[in-house]
Design a protein around this ligand. Structure first.
Ligand code: PEP
Ligand code: MN
Length: 264
């Protein structure tokens, strides 16, 4: 029977279950918070533990991340739980520090993908890395910016490259925080069929009640993985409180999702 799940080469090599699951808080807040969530996710389907250390806030005056100290907390996560670690990088200094602290997965955020200068700086800093590098779609529905970022990273010989679809901002009020515009992600996948495609239902929905449905749609569309913001006390989170779910809810969602098997 035809293999309908085209798990991409480097993902195959990592021998992780399908779908790839990246989970953890929007922001690292305190060492206790980071460790508490990590221990709650330890024996679940989660492969990579995410936490934002440097937070790119659209407007100033909000929590902007704990900074480099958070990298030490992520190192502790890996040592104590065995979870691989992931954080957002937005300039050369972030990349250098993340690599120094042996972070396993670095992602480029939606507000960075819009800037060819910053993407090029990050690509140069990452040249030849064997870390996983994921590039989120730009905040606005501009396929070319997303393609351009991928081309810059590809030219830097990043072998484990993938993309994250996190939806697009719109001036109109909709039920989503960022409208999915699924066709843009599908078009991108058709241009780069070898790149793993991860869905981020947290930033698409902006509200925890819609996470399951968007995750299911992504899996039905053959996405390779999910990035889901998870917090032990979501309502008290220092960023993106409305969209974070508890570790218990994440386990339930992963159990209830219909996951296409290779023989479907
Ligand atoms: C995040 O992942 O917490 C984040 C800031 O996401 P985005 O770049 O998609 O807005
Ligand atoms: Mn967030």
């Amino acid at each position: 029977m035809e293999n309908t799940i085209a798990l991409r080469k480097w993902l195959d090599d990592l021998k992780l279950a399908h779908p790839l699951v990246i989970a953890g808080p929007c922001s690292a807040e305190t060492e206790e918070q980071v460790m508490g969530i990590a221990h709650a996710l330890k024996d679940t389907d989660v492969n990579y533990y995410r936490a934002g250390i440097w937070k790119p806030r659209t407007r100033p005056g909000n929590f902007e991340g704990v900074g480099a100290i958070g990298l030490k907390w992520l190192q502790r996560v890996k040592a104590e739980t065995g979870l691989k670690t992931a954080t957002e990088v937005a300039n050369r200094n972030h990349v250098d520090l993340a690599l120094e602290h042996d972070i396993d997965l670095l992602w480029i955020g939606a507000r960075s993908t819009v800037s060819p200068f910053i993407v090029q700086e990050i690509a140069d800093a990452l040249k030849g890395t064997d870390k996983v590098v994921l590039v989120k779609n730009p905040v606005n529905p501009d396929l070319s910016l997303w393609l351009g970022a991928i081309e810059r990273l590809r030219s830097a010989n990043i072998k484990k490259l993938g993309v994250i679809h996190r939806g697009f901002s719109t001036y109109e009020k909709t039920k989503y925080r960022n409208i999915p515009e699924w066709q843009i992600a599908i078009e991108l996948q058709s241009r780069f069929p070898d790149l793993p495609l991860i869905n981020d239902p947290s930033h698409i929905t902006g509200q925890r009640d819609l996470i399951f449905d968007v995750s299911q749609t992504a899996l039905d569309l053959n996405f390779d993985g999910l990035m889901i913001e998870t917090h032990t006390n979501p309502d008290k989170a220092w960023s993106d409180a409305a969209q974070q779910i508890t570790p218990e809810r994440l386990v339930q969602i992963m159990r209830d999702l219909r996951i296409r098997k290779e023989t479907d």
